[in-house]
Design a binder for this molecule. Structure first.
Ligand code: ZN
Length: 113
């Protein structure tokens, strides 16, 4: 293996509830490809059938729908949690998303002190 290898190409968040349910669920890759996760799931990563990215799955407790991340500019943003029964954060009404982000920013400001 001469190619320099990154261990994983992508990271994706997965709801633990989806893994515990024991039913297959789709994991979307950034390229638009979909990997079907078949339980029992034991590997820590999956490979996208389209772009061959290695996607590391980070399991989030429960079924949160989204988690708080940061975009490349360092601004808080909502990242989807896959396999969740909750709506994708992009599908939340804009006002609701703005309200969540405003709350997070306020919290972050407080924590900085
Ligand atoms: Zn892909």
């Amino acid at each position: 293996m001469t190619r320099t290898q990154k261990k994983y190409d992508l990271y994706s968040f997965v709801a633990r509830a989806a893994l515990e349910k024991g039913e297959p669920f789709p994991l979307k890759c950034n390229c638009g490809g979909v990997v079907t996760i078949m339980p029992p799931f034991q590997d820590e990563y999956v490979v996208c059938p389209v772009c061959e990215s290695k996607i590391r799955m980070l399991v989030i407790e429960g079924d949160p729908g989204y988690i708080i991340g940061r975009n490349s500019g360092g601004e808080p943003t909502l990242l989807p949690v896959q396999g969740s029964k909750k709506p994708h954060p992009d599908k939340l009404p804009i006002e609701e998303r703005e309200a969540i982000l405003t709350e997070i920013k306020a919290k972050l400001l407080k924590e900085k002190k």
